[in-house]
Design a protein around this ligand. Structure first.
Ligand SMILES: [Zn+2]
Ligand SMILES: [Zn+2]
Length: 199
């Protein structure tokens, strides 16, 4: 658990689509995430050179190298850069990842591939997919801003190994995690009010 004091202020969050992500999906996600944040969110144009490599012997893409490439493309240390993709991301030692960020690394990658109910034999539900993606982006933003996992299972920073856990976790940070985030990052994070907007 991180008990470090709040880190340096973040002045904005930039999003960049990776691979074939519909513009409407990217725009909707930026709008949803920005409702939770007090800093401006911007959607960058796609960068054709930003594309993950396939993991050897697998049909999934390497989240780690994508994150490394992303960290090198940040505009400024005060801005977090988030890549959103439909590509199925994984790591050598994991079957898949919903997202990835290094604590305090200032960048995060999130994949929608395994957030869709249809992957699990359920009816397609675009609203549910967007809700999960929003929660996952906020979770990885928390890591990128320096937070570790949280033991409070209702907190966005609780570890979620599957989509059911993402749904249970909700859409807000617990008061401790909210207070550990950089000051002024969360919407409604004035002193004495720890959590973000309605979820
Ligand atoms: Zn995590
Ligand atoms: Zn927490």
């Amino acid at each position: 658990m991180s008990t470090e004091p709040a880190s340096a202020p973040i002045e904005g969050v930039d999003f960049v689509p990776v691979g074939a992500l519909p513009a409407a999906t990217a725009g909707e996600l930026v709008a949803r995430v920005s409702r939770h944040l007090a800093v401006p969110c911007r959607l960058r144009r796609p960068d054709p050179e930003l594309y993950p490599t396939l993991l050897t012997g697998r049909t999934q893409y390497d989240a780690h190298t994508l994150l490394r490439d992303l960290e090198a493309r940040r505009d400024a240390p005060e801005r977090i850069l988030v890549a959103v993709t439909e590509l199925d991301l994984a790591l050598l030692v994991f079957t898949h990842v919903f997202g990835l960020a290094r604590p305090g690394g200032g960048a995060a990658v999130v994949s929608l591939a395994r957030l869709r109910p249809e992957l699990y034999g359920l009816p397609a539900d675009a609203a549910l997919t967007l809700r999960r993606a929003t929660a996952e982006i906020l979770h990885e933003l928390g890591h990128a801003a320096g937070l570790d996992h949280c033991q409070d299972f209702t907190c966005l920073m609780h570890f979620a190994p599957d989509v059911e856990s993402i749904d249970l976790r909700g859409q807000t940070f617990c008061p401790h995690c909210a207070a550990t985030l950089p000051p002024g990052l969360l919407a409604g994070s004035a002193v004495g009010e720890g959590v973000s907007g309605p979820g």
